[in-house]
Design a protein around this ligand. Structure first.
Ligand SMILES: Cc1ncc(COP(=O)(O)O)c(C=O)c1O
Length: 400
């Protein structure tokens, strides 16, 4: 990356450093708190390692696209050409990165990925029906089924020493007991699992046998580390295409969650025909700025994201080494995302999340991710490496 293409950071923290990693390394806790994200403002005094935001600034093409949009005062409803372009850019991205050919007319905009789950529960799940959520899960999946009039069925992952395994027999059982919708998170927040083709095929066989439906949340797909390969579940074969609703976004990989733009991919022709024909009945809009940022991310963001993934790869290594050296803690190294789920049950702490917050590190409590993560904490390692080292020091020292 040459000097001109360096990413904008919040505020002027460049301090003369001209490489991506050097600029990120130079950010201090005070810089990050002054920059004012949710992650850094909710717990004054603590290092923000909880909500899934990154501290790495923004890819320059995205920054330019946002500025152009605001400069042109396009802050009303998204213009027609933006909508068409978003569909085209998403289709190009899926083909280029995932070898998945999707018709543009099957791609719709959403404000965010969670609205995709609302759509799926509202239109394609029987009222009151059971929704299967493999746990540990992304926190809202624990609550949203109930909020929208459904029943949550937790399907705990089988946690080994080195990997998390999907419970295929359990899936068979809960479908047989009347569940119809599986919420598949791939890559899987908070465990960082990237499902293999064989695993997805086994899931497909079970879902198909029970005439089930899958909501595939692929928001973390661009954040896969070398050695793993993301496969979109609906891209697997005609059967998965038919029984899947997919939601994705550039928002996690490019830190754009506040701009409210996600994509819904409807590969079941019935779903697509229904959704496309509802006119004013579909109130789930996006924003012109969010669309412009997403188009720039999908078309021009990859060089920046490559730098981010390199940086995160080294951060992941640091977390894995430090956690392995602390007695009573254990983590299965994530293949994707910037989140590490750490098993603290060996520490003998009543409330590990509260303990670490008292010692200056704000983490997510595992119990919010389901019973399978009771006694765990989730650490967001998308921060400058010296700050991450300080967070790990604080955690380790708190146990002395
Ligand atoms: C797996 C997963 N799904 C959905 C979301 C939320 O995305 P959105 O803000 O687009 O609803 C997140 C946010 O971290 C996530 O990790």
């Amino acid at each position: 990356m040459d000097r001109k293409r360096l990413p904008p950071l919040r505020g002027d923290y460049t301090r003369g450093v001209t490489d991506f990693a050097g600029r990120i390394d130079a950010l201090t806790i005070d810089d990050l708190r002054a920059a004012g994200s949710l992650k850094w403002t909710a717990y004054p005094g603590a290092i923000g390692a909880w909500v899934a935001e990154m501290d790495f600034g923004m890819a320059e093409p995205i920054f330019d696209a946002i500025n152009a949009e605001v400069g042109a005062l396009r802050t009303g409803y998204a213009p027609m050409d933006r909508r068409a372009e978003l569909r085209a850019a998403t289709a190009e991205h899926l083909l280029a990165r995932q070898d998945w050919q999707v018709d543009r007319d099957n791609i719709h905009w959403l404000p965010d990925v969670l609205t995709g789950l609302v759509v799926t529960m509202t239109f394609w799940s029987e009222p009151g029906s059971k929704i299967i959520v493999p746990t540990p899960c992304y926190m809202p999946f624990m609550d949203m089924p109930r909020t929208f009039g459904h029943e949550l069925v937790q399907l705990p992952m089988l946690g080994g020493q080195d990997s998390w395994e999907f419970d295929f027999d359990g899936l068979d059982r809960v479908f047989a007991a009347g569940a119809r919708l599986l919420v598949l998170c791939n890559p899987h927040n908070p465990i960082g699992k990237v499902y293999t083709r064989e695993e997805l095929e086994r899931i497909c066989e079970i879902v198909d046998r029970h005439d089930g439906l899958v909501f595939s949340d692929e928001i973390h797909a661009p954040l896969v580390f070398p050695g793993a390969q993301h496969i979109s579940y609906a891209s697997l074969n005609d059967v998965t295409a038919h029984h899947t609703v997919t939601a994705l976004a550039a928002s996690k990989a490019y830190n754009l969650a506040g701009l409210k733009c996600a994509q819904l991919v409807l590969t079941n022709p019935g779903h697509n025909a229904f959704y496309s024909s509802q006119g004013h009945g579909i109130p789930f809009e996006s924003t012109p700025v969010g669309m412009a940022a997403t188009i720039a991310a999908w078309r021009s963001g990859q060089p920046w994201l490559d730098e981010v993934i390199d940086y995160l790869f080294a951060n992941r290594q640091l977390v894995a080494e430090r956690i392995a050296a602390i007695g009573g803690m254990h983590m299965i190294v994530p293949d994707a995302t910037y989140l590490a789920l750490i098993d603290c049950r060996g520490l003998g702490l009543e409330d590990p999340r509260a303990h670490f917050l008292d010692h200056g590190v704000a983490l997510t409590d595992g119990i919010e991710c389901g019973d399978a993560a009771r006694g765990f904490v989730r650490l967001n390692f998308a921060m400058p490496r010296p700050v991450l080292a300080e967070a790990l020091d604080r955690m380790e020292n708190s146990l002395r």
